[in-house]
Write a protein that binds this ligand. Structure first.
Ligand SMILES: Cc1cc2nc3c(=O)[nH]c(=O)nc-3n(C[C@H](O)[C@H](O)[C@H](O)COP(=O)(O)OP(=O)(O)OC[C@H]3O[C@@H](n4cnc5c(N)ncnc54)[C@H](O)[C@@H]3O)c2cc1C
Length: 432
C-alpha cells in the first residue's frame, strides 16, 4: 500500500489528510507539537473558551464550508462599536464619525483621523466583495499614512497591525481594507465565532482519520526526495527514519528550507518573498457584571500598549433582547510586539500585559477571572504584493514533495490553509 506522509497537523495538513482519507493508502500526519491544530489553538481562560491563535471563521470560505460539513456551530460576530486608546484615554463609540472629536489628540490629528476613517469605510463598502479588489493587491497600504499627523497615523497603524497582524508598511491595501476597515464598518456578514473554540475544526478533521494516523510530538528534521519513483525519506528528531511515496509539507514557509535541503533556486526565491512575522497574543477574561458599555466593546486600536488592538469576539448590544453578559473575553493582539517565547508561563510578563490591559479598561481592576499569554514564531502569512506574484512557485511540487499552508494561498488565515490542504490532496491523488 502506498505511504503518504503529511508533516504538520495544522489546518493545511489536516485538511489534506481529511480529503485523502478514503484513498487506499497508508496515511500518517506528523507534528512536532503536542496539540492538534498548529496555529488554531483554543483553551479555557477564566471559564470561557478562548483562542490564542485563529479567532474567526470567515464566512463563505473553505473554512466555513469545512466547519459546516463537520457540524461545528458558529454564530456571527456582530461588532457595533469601534474604539481607540491613546494618551491615557479610552474612547469607544458606535458612530466612527464622532470618535476622533472625543480623543485627547491635536485638532489637526482629529480632522485627519476622522477623514481617514470615513474614507476607509466608504472604500470598504464600495466593494461588494473585497476579495475582488484585485487592483488593491498591488498597492501598499503604508504610503496612505505618510502625510498624516503622528497621532492619527499611530492610531491607524495600531488598528491595521492589530486587526491584520501585518506591519502597515508591508501590507497590501486590499488586505488592510479587509482586516481593518471591516471592523470599522461594523461588518456583520464576514466573520463567524465558534463558541466551543476554533480548534474544534482541526480536531474534528483528525477524528475522521484512522485511529493513530496523527502522531504528535514527532518533529521532522529532514525530508529528502530520492528522485524518480523512489519516494522520500523522512528523518525525525528522535533519530527515527521513515519512507513515504508522497509527502505533503504543511509547515510554515520559513521552516520549509530547514527541512528540505537542495530546493531549486526558484522555490527558494519564492519562499524568500513570504513574510511571516511573529506575534504575541494575550487572552484575558473579566467579570463585566454591571458594565454594559464594556460588554459592547468589539474592536479597539490601542497606542502605547504591548498590544496593538483588543477584540471582544462576542460583543453585546444594548438593542438586543439578551441580558448583558456577566463575563467577557478580550483578545489582545501584540503583533508589533512580535515573537517573544520567554513570555509564556512568565508571571512577570502576565502582570505586565494585564497592567497594560487595565490602563485601557481601568474599570476591570479586581475583576480579572483568567489570563493567558501565547507567543507565535510565525503568526500569519502576510498578503503582500510580493507573495501574490509568486503563488504558483510556492505551490509547485518538488519531486514527490507537495507544499501547502496559509503561505501558498491567494488569501491567508485558516481559510487559505484549509483550501491549500485540499489542493495539495488533489495534487497527490492526481500524481498516483
Ligand atoms: C494570533 C493569530 C490570530 C489569527 N487569527 C485568525 C483568524 O481570526 N482567522 C483565521 O482564519 N486565521 C487566523 N490566523 C491564522 C491561522 O491561524 C493560520 O493562517 C493557519 O492556522 C495556518 O495553518 P497552517 O496549517 O498553514 O499552519 P500551522 O497551523 O502553523 O500548522 C503547521 C504545523 O506544522 C508543525 N510543524 C512545524 N515544523 C514541524 C516539524 N519540523 N516537524 C513536524 N511538525 C512541524 C507545527 O507544529 C504546526 O502544527 C491567526 C493566527 C494567529 C497566530
Amino acid at each position: 500500500m502506498p505511504r503518504i506522509a503529511i508533516i504538520g497537523a495544522g489546518a493545511a495538513g489536516l485538511a489534506a489528510a481529511y480529503r485523502l482519507r478514503s484513498l487506499d493508502a497508508e496515511l500518517t500526519v506528523y507534528d512536532k507539537a503536542e496539540h492538534i491544530g498548529g496555529r488554531t489553538l483554543s483553551l479555557g481562560v477564566g471559564g470561557l473558551e478562548s483562542n490564542t491563535g485563529a479567532l474567526f471563521v470567515y464566512r463563505n470560505t473553505p473554512a466555513d464550508r469545512l466547519r459546516a460539513e463537520l457540524g461545528i456551530d458558529a454564530s456571527p460576530f456582530l461588532p457595533g462599536t469601534w474604539g481607540v486608546h491613546i494618551n491615557g484615554e479610552t474612547v469607544v463609540t458606535a458612530a466612527p464619525d464622532t470618535l476622533a472629536e472625543r480623543l485627547p489628540i491635536a485638532p489637526r490629528a482629529k480632522a485627519e483621523l476622522s477623514a481617514f476613517l470615513l474614507e476607509a469605510i466608504q472604500e470598504y463598502r464600495g466593494y461588494s466583495d473585497v476579495e475582488e479588489a484585485s487592483e488593491l493587491a498591488e498597492e501598499r497600504f503604508g504610503p496612505r499614512l505618510a502625510a498624516l499627523h503622528p497621532d492619527a497615523a499611530s492610531i491607524i497603524r495600531s488598528a491595521v497591525h492589530g486587526g491584520s497582524v501585518a506591519d502597515p508598511d508591508l501590507l497590501s491595501a486590499k488586505y488592510a481594507l479587509r482586516y481593518f476597515a471591516s471592523y470599522l464598518a461594523h461588518d456583520r456578514e464576514n466573520r463567524l465565532y465558534t463558541r466551543g473554540g476554533m480548534q474544534q475544526i482541526p480536531e474534528a478533521l483528525a477524528a475522521a482519520l484512522e485511529p493513530g494516523a496523527v502522531r504528535l510530538g514527532r518533529e521532522v528534521v529532514e525530508v529528502s526526495d530520492r528522485g524518480g519513483s523512489e519516494g522520500c525519506e523522512l528523518r525525525f528528531a528522535d533519530g527515527g527514519v521513515e519512507s513515504a511515496d508522497r509527502v505533503i509539507l504543511a509547515v510554515p514557509a520559513p521552516v520549509v528550507p530547514e527541512l528540505v535541503r537542495g530546493l531549486p533556486p526558484e522555490k527558494l526565491d519564492a519562499l524568500e518573498q513570504v513574510d511571516m512575522p511573529g506575534s504575541t497574543t494575550f487572552c484575558i477574561t473579566a467579570d463585566i457584571e454591571g458594565l454594559p458599555a464594556i460588554a459592547e466593546w468589539s474592536f479597539l486600536a490601542t497606542v502605547g500598549t504591548r498590544f496593538d488592538a483588543i477584540i471582544n469576539p462576542q460583543p453585546w448590544s444594548a438593542d438586543s433582547d439578551e441580558p448583558a453578559p456577566s463575563a467577557a473575553q478580550f483578545v489582545c493582539y501584540g503583533n508589533s510586539h512580535g515573537y517573544d517565547p520567554g513570555v509564556e508561563g512568565s508571571e512577570a510578563a502576565l502582570q505586565a500585559w494585564e497592567e497594560d490591559f487595565l490602563r485601557v479598561a481601568p474599570e476591570l481592576r479586581g475583576r480579572i477571572l483568567g489570563r493567558h499569554l501565547q507567543s507565535w514564531e510565525h503568526c500569519f502569512a502576510i498578503l503582500t504584493p510580493e507573495r501574490t506574484r509568486v503563488i504558483d512557485r510556492l505551490r509547485a511540487p518538488v519531486g514527490a514533495i507537495h507544499f501547502a499552508g496559509d503561505y501558498t494561498s491567494e488569501t491567508a488565515g485558516t481559510h487559505g490553509a484549509y483550501a491549500e490542504g485540499e489542493r495539495a490532496a488533489a495534487e497527490v491523488r492526481q500524481a498516483r
